[in-house]
Ligand binder design. Structure first.
Ligand code: XMP
Length: 333
């Protein structure tokens, strides 16, 4: 039976030396578990799956097959980063699937957030399954499960309903017959990051802010359209760039743009210009159950507004969400 609790003797991984000891131990364990067989991993580009990929590449090299599914709801440059870091940097056996059209076609006209989540999660599994079916000799499935995931699922089972169906894209069907490889399953997030840095992953990838599995799909509010999704992606990239430039990216827990499905009247070059508003949200939290608002300096808000309204076609206003959680959830959908 799989062990479900962190061993009491396990030291907290806080230093590069402790991370290295963990990595060495895991390499031995993974090699013993896998032998010369093959392992499949859904590599989203998030912290956990990226660290698992880097660890497995160290342990078993090309016996690891990574599949990166671009559902068309990634942030600007994210899929490109995955390819650059893993295929070009670490020589990973990486299959890249651009499934943008499949996802966006299925989502067309769907405005209910929970339906959107279900479509995105379900289609993700389908695409991933199709890729897995093309491969032969895969006996293991690697997952970026971390200790809070285990604790949360135990809690959820015991106590009932979550507020949103936090379907982690990458969740897998129960009838999968492969054995699991979950080298991070007893680590907390901060430990995963220390291990990621010790493995040589880029700082930006290891300290990436949390990003929901359904991605920009729950930030392009209501029924997703390609033009509004594009505007959202560009506006979000500007927000991230400005937060990076002034150091806020390191201290703010989560910051992003949402774009609602409504237009307001504006004016551009002396003419009426109807456009969407971009809504900034920047929050701090410990466990995402409650959250407080980051007080973004006015000059920065002004600069971000100026850039978004001039650089992003379709956006004519920028709003700043001041609502803590509760009453607002972190995501708008
Ligand atoms: P809420 O909006 O519930 O979000 O306050 C709490 C945290 O969870 C993230 N989130 C999701 N993560 N799939 C995910 O993997 C989802 O469907 C999902 N919805 C929200 C959100 O970004 C925040 O970090």
């Amino acid at each position: 039976m799989n062990q479900m609790t962190r061993p009491e003797t396990m030291l907290r991984i806080t230093t590069p030396a402790l991370a290295q000891a963990f990595i060495d131990e895991q390499i031995t364990q993974i090699r013993a578990q896998v032998g010369s067989r093959k392992v499949l991993l859904a590599l989203s580009g998030g912290v956990d799956s990226s660290v698992v990929a880097a660890l497995l590449i160290k342990a078993i090299g090309k016996q690891l097959v990574c599949v990166h599914v671009n559902h068309g709801l990634m942030r600007k440059g994210e899929s490109e980063d995955v390819i650059r870091v893993f295929r070009e940097g670490l020589d990973a056996n990486l299959i890249y699937v651009d499934a943008t059209d499949r996802f966006l076609d299925l989502l067309a006209g769907v405005s209910d957030p929970e339906k959107k989540r279900k479509i995105i999660g379900g289609e993700f599994i389908k695409v991933f399954d199709e890729e897995a079916a093309k491969l032969s000799g895969i006996e293991f499935l690697a997952q970026g499960t971390i200790y809070p995931d285990i604790l949360e699922s135990i809690k959820a089972k015991e106590s009932g309903k979550p507020v949103k169906s936090h379907h982690n894209v990458g969740g897998l069907p129960e009838d999968m017959k492969m054995a699991l490889v979950e080298p991070l399953k007893f680590l907390y997030k901060d430990e995963v990051r220390v291990v990621g840095e010790a493995l040589g992953l880029p700082h930006g990838m290891v300290y990436r802010q949390p990003f929901p599995g359904p991605g920009l799909g729950v930030r392009c509010l209501g029924a997703i359209t390609r033009d509004r999704l594009h505007a959202l992606r560009e506006a979000d990239a500007i927000l991230r760039e400005e937060f990076d430039n002034c150091g806020l990216a390191q201290s703010v827990w989560q910051y992003f743009i949402s774009v609602p499905d409504m237009k307001s009247v504006g004016v551009k070059d002396g003419a009426r210009y109807e456009g969407w508003p971009a809504i900034i949200r920047a929050v701090n939290t410990v466990d995402a159950m409650t959250a407080t608002i980051e007080e973004i300096p006015y000059a920065l808000l002004h600069k971000i507004t100026q850039r978004i309204t001039t650089e992003v076609p379709g956006i004519n206003r920028v709003l700043y969400d001041l609502t803590p959680k509760p009453t607002g959830t972190i995501e708008w959908e």
